[in-house]
Design a protein around this ligand. Sequence first.
Ligand code: GAR
Length: 190
Amino acid sequence: MTNIAIFASGDGSNFQSIIDAFKTKKLIVDKIILITNKQNCYARTRAKINNIKNYNFLLQDYEDKNEYERDILKTLKKENIDYIFLAGYMTMITNILLDEYNNKIINTHPSLLPSFKGKDAIQYALDYKVYLSGFTIHYVNIEMDAGEIIFQKAVRVFKKDTHDSLKKRIQKQEHKYYWQIMNKIIKGEI
Ligand code: GAR
């Protein structure tokens, strides 16, 4: 039995590709739950449409981030979650979760790390006029976008690219590969 939690804050297009792989039995997990930190993010709607349990935690409802993460941890334990996969979860993970899920928290980031860390990775790639960008799947540690790299895929950046067109090209690759890398991690092949 392998149960996973997807953490998201936004549109949830990566979450959707994970749901699709789960429903077609390509992703070899037994249960998926969604953890969100934004009241109105579309990822929550996707969870509802697809009958996936969603727990929403708002930082402002807690004394501090430790208390917030302790509450998330309680839910993860209750749901017997084995791995956490971040998919556009736009806040740092702290030691509360890192200690409990050592090497079991994984993130996808829209650049070839260590270039362009942080939340504006796609804009940085355009500003620097790089020819290649892409995405990186990596373990999460206490530093932002700095954990050990698991997988990278390069994507061309064209002169005529806008934020939207580059984002689309990168996400197409994330959607194709993230669940495949999940399978490898779960099988112990990585
Ligand atoms: C993804 O492209 C992911 O790489 C990025 O947020 C997007 C979420 O899109 N993550 C980060 O920038 C983390 N620093 P989605 O909500 O449509 O899946």
